[in-house]
Design a protein around this ligand. Structure first.
Ligand code: ADP
Length: 415
């Protein structure tokens, strides 16, 4: 049974087609620059056919989906013979609001609820909806499932998700800390529980999803009880270009510098010009920052004699420092720690960042094996726990698309 997974952004649409009998990827790809000019990169994985990578006009998401389906089924680049081989579509939807604590089959009512969440994520939800509409048009009658980034965090208790502002905003407007990257935190925490022996009850795990957007979560008994992101993905850790948590009055101070669009100016600075890019002035990409700071990105060691850009080094230090502040508080609220998990682009690939965070946790007894940490995970699980550590330290590659495909199968059943 084949499941198409769609992750639609405002100007891009990523896809993977899974054969769920073996959970293997048949093809994957990305439509870029939708609404601008358009490019499609399509990679057949299962049959050795060539990669298609070319500019093609993609004025809307509907054209993008049509192009994807054409490539999936055509003779030269295809992996299936006809559309009937796609049993269902799973969509990543960035915000499920207060209503959705798990994935759902999309119908008119579900679409209405998703639409009503638009004001929480005005850039992402319309794009997600365009992806859903485009699939409904291109493959009518094929069931579609929504998998929400926020759903896994709906187990966070009231006292942790409520903002200390007047209660009416919570009651009337659903303003609360939702958290994001839930699909990733759910996947890697479930894997960590397997490596800890398979029983969720009693486990205390901190998952670190460190990518261009980064968030941490505290997972107790297999359930999310706290996470760093809030009502939007701006709260929490400093990130590639996002500030993370700052004094809220800073918005006002920045807005006063913003001329005739004060709020947009302040939010643009905090979302697009801050984080490690803002501090370093060099890049939001950790590879660039490590290289500028004289670090060997392969093993995280300092390169002898290499010049060290101090602001790049400072940006990396700030990132690790804030991560540790959150990790420490999560260990406190859970009353201990069984496993610290690193995942996503930086978590999986940056030995320097993992070592930087764990070095600051040395004082509370968390240790890593530096030679194991210096290895490339290459998409595989690594146990980098050091001698005498009070908790395991794992590197677990995330796979949000597989979770979406699994949820989709589970929901459609024998549809
Ligand atoms: P997102 O999905 O949020 O866009 P990813 O999870 O793909 O992000 O992570 C992207 C980040 O991963 C980039 O900032 C990049 O710096 C970092 N990254 C990828 N490979 C490496 C590496 N070898 N060393 C350090 N950082 C890396």
């Amino acid at each position: 049974m084949n499941i198409l997974v769609i992750n639609a952004g405002s100007s891009s649409l990523k896809y993977q087609l899974f054969d769920m009998r073996t959970e293997s990827i048949l093809a994957k790809g990305i439509c870029d620059r939708i609404g601008i000019d358009g490019n499609l990169k399509h990679t057949p994985v299962s049959n050795g056919k060539p990669v298609f990578n070319s500019s093609i006009p993609l004025p809307t998401h509907a054209e993008a989906i049509k192009a994807v389906i054409e490539k999936l089924t055509c003779a030269d680049f295809g992996v299936i013979n006809s559309l009937t081989e796609i049993k269902a579509v799973g969509h990543r939807v960035v915000h499920g609001g207060r209503k959705f604590s798990e994935s759902v089959l999309i119908d008119g009512d579900v679409l209405d609820v998703i639409k009503s969440s638009t004001w929480f994520a005005p850039l992402h939800i319309p794009a997600n909806l365009m992806g859903i509409d485009a699939c409904r048009e291109a493959i009518p009658g094929v069931p579609q499932v929504a998998v929400f980034d926020t759903a896994f965090h709906r187990t966070i208790p009231d006292y942790a998700h409520i903002y200390p502002i007047p209660y009416k905003y919570y009651q009337q407007y659903d303003i609360l800390r939702y958290g994001f990257h839930g699909t990733s935190h759910r996947y890697v925490s479930a894997k960590a529980i397997e490596y800890l022996g398979g029983k969720a009850a009693g486990t205390k795990i901190v998952t670190c999803h460190l990518g261009n957007g980064s968030s941490l979560a505290a997972i107790k008994d297999g359930k999310s009880i706290e996470t760093t992101m809030g009502i939007t993905p701006l709260e929490g850790l400093p990130m590639g270009t996002r500030s993370g948590s700052v004094d809220p009055a800073l918005v006002y101070i920045l807005a006063n510098l913003g001329g005739d669009k004060p709020t947009d100016y302040a939010l643009d600075i905090l979302n697009k010009e801050s984080g490690v890019l803002g501090i370093s002035g060099i890049s939001n990409d950790f590879r660039d920052l490590e290289t500028a700071a004289g670090i060997d990105t392969n093993n995280g060691e300092m390169l002898e004699g290499a010049p060290v850009n101090e602001r790049a080094k400072l940006a990396l230090d700030v990132f690790c420092y804030h991560a540790v502040k959150f990790i420490g508080s999560y260990i406190a609220v859970m009353g201990g720690l069984d496993a610290l998990v690193f995942t996503a682009g930086i978590g999986e690939n940056s030995p320097y960042t993992r070592a930087g965070i764990c070095r600051l946790l040395n004082g509370i007894g968390i240790r890593i094996d530096m030679s194991k940490n210096g290895c490339r995970c290459g998409g595989k699980f690594m146990n980098i726990t050091g001698e005498g550590s009070i908790a395991k330290v794992f590197v677990i590659p995330t796979d949000e698309e597989l979770v979406i495909a699994r949820d989709t199968i589970a929901i459609i059943g024998d549809f």
